[in-house]
Design a protein around this ligand. Structure first.
Ligand code: TRP
Length: 464
């Protein structure tokens, strides 16, 4: 559906190269989407927000807000073919809007660095758990013992810093090498392997005796327990888990060949990401109830439930090690994407090499990461707004910056960009285009605004 006038934008080239195939792009976006958000964050915030009703709100947000935002981001990225800041400026001017739209890109770059500053620390816990699993400390351990191992490790800031530094260094290294090499291969193997292991774990949790209780917790909605704040958190999680609202998918879209269908790529990513989160919940909650644990216990939830389950299985030492290796990979492919907007911006803006840009962005992120490292030890008692430094960075990025970014992105794609431009990127003006446009112009922005406004004043910054 390419037309003549659009020639200029379809011929634009990215400075950073292109994905080698449609599958490569889907894998890369899936790699960014599937990560700690699905396996670590989803179960613990669903647990803190009462389960069923929260999960349903989250699923609604994924479909009604997540899909149109992701499609908008990809189409904007592909049309601009630059880093998110430059793309928003370019298209803002080209579409008769304003260059100030670049501020949306700027907020995204900042959100990416802030998210990575805590994401990298949680990823470091995962990496440490590879070694712990392998050493056999979890074999036959009781719930209390597993909890004690978690508390003593996260309480040891020197140990955490060591692994965090290693994780950030390897992330910088991959980002420095560029888009094509390394990343595709990692994702191609990681996502299916993770899925297989989760299915094996599901088999275990089905037999744990509390499968019914776990599944009921996740799927029986008690809407009376739902507060505006938990609706805001559910919406924030939809953004976080799909990697949207901050320009990461926009940056990846900039490397997408012109002929790939954005609609079908988005559907594939959303199905894979949501499926893995639901699967993780179906593994975790039965284990929580089978072991008399508290679903609302917070960020330590998977680091206690899973080692406990592995500790009781034959071959648990091996399975547990493999599981944490895969989760570390999943976190790693997300971390790479979190850095991409900032790195692409530094490269284009300051004419730096990718390597130097990656080191700079990685270094800044590393320094910010100490806020999270210390939130579980030295500064654990420093509490304001939603709690520790970690919970504030998390709350503000996921529940405020990402939805706000998503709101502005859909307004831009739906109202500022002309119909021809978006129809061209989305492959013509058929039924799926009309559905996207309805969602992007009305449903998604109004829903986001509505949740924001309702939560203002009732925002309960207690982190729950
Ligand atoms: N989606 C990732 C996860 O679920 C986390 C994330 C949020 C992310 N925003 C991102 C990853 C941007 C890459 C890019 O773990």
């Amino acid at each position: 559906m390419l037309n003549e006038e659009a020639g200029a934008s379809s011929q634009r080239k990215s400075l950073h190269g292109n994905w080698t195939s449609r599958l490569a792009f889907i894998l890369a976006v899936t790699g960014s989407a599937v990560g700690l958000g699905n396996i670590w964050k989803f179960p613990y915030i669903a647990g803190q927000n009462g389960g069923g009703a929260f999960v349903i709100v989250y699923l609604f947000c994924v479909v009604l807000i997540g899909m149109p935002v992701m499609m908008s981001e990809i189409l904007i990225g592909r049309r601009g073919r630059r880093n998110p800041i430059a793309t928003m400026k370019l298209l803002g001017e080209e579409e008769g809007g304003s260059g100030h739209w670049q501020l949306v890109g700027g907020m995204g770059v900042l959100a990416g660095v802030l998210i990575l500053s805590y994401y990298g620390v949680i990823a470091a816990w995962v990496v440490a758990y590879v070694q712990k699993s392998f050493s056999g400390v979890f074999a036959g351990a009781s719930a209390g013992e597993v909890q004690a191992i978690f508390d003593s490790f996260t309480g040891d800031w020197i140990a955490v810093t060591g692994v965090f530094t290693l994780f950030m260094a390897t992330t910088v290294w991959v980002v420095a090498r560029g888009v094509e090499r390394g990343l595709e291969a990692a994702v191609r193997f990681m996502v299916p392997a993770l899925l297989l292991l989760l299915l094996a774990l599901l088999g275990y949790s089905i037999n744990s005796g509390s499968f019914g209780a776990g599944v009921a917790f996740m799927f029986t909605p008690d809407f009376s327990a739902l507060t505006w704040n938990s609706i805001l958190v559910a919406m924030g999680q939809a953004f976080f888990t799909l990697s949207i609202g901050m320009g990461a998918v926009m940056a990846y879209g900039a490397y997408l060949p012109q002929e790939t269908s954005i609609t079908s790529a988005t559907s594939a990513v959303v199905v894979a990401d949501t499926g893995i989160a639901i699967l993780a919940g179906m593994v975790i909650f039965p284990l929580v109830f089978a072991n008399g644990l508290d679903p609302a216990s917070g960020p330590g939830l998977v680091f206690v439930t899973l080692p406990l389950a592995f500790g009781q299985m034959t071959g648990g030492v091996v399975f547990s090690s493999i599981f944490f290796v895969l989760l570390a990979f999943a976190a790693w492919t997300s971390a790479i994407a979190l850095m991409e907007p900032a790195v692409a911006w530094v490269v284009e803006k300051f004419h730096e090499s990718r390597a130097r840009a990656a080191i700079l962005v990685g270094g800044i992120t590393w320094i910010l990461g100490f806020g999270t490292v210390f939130s579980f030890n030295l500064l654990a008692d420093v509490k304001f707004l939603s709690g520790t430094i970690f919970s504030n960075v998390d709350y503000i990025t996921s529940n405020i910056m990402l939805p706000l970014g998503g709101l502005l992105i859909t307004v831009f794609a739906g109202w500022v960009m002309c119909r021809n431009s978006t129809a061209e990127e989305l492959g013509g003006a058929g039924a799926s285009y009309r559905a996207w446009r309805l969602l992007a112009r009305f449903i998604a922005p109004i829903a986001i605004l509505f949740v924001f406004l309702s939560a203002i004043g009732v925002i309960d910054l207690t982190g729950k």
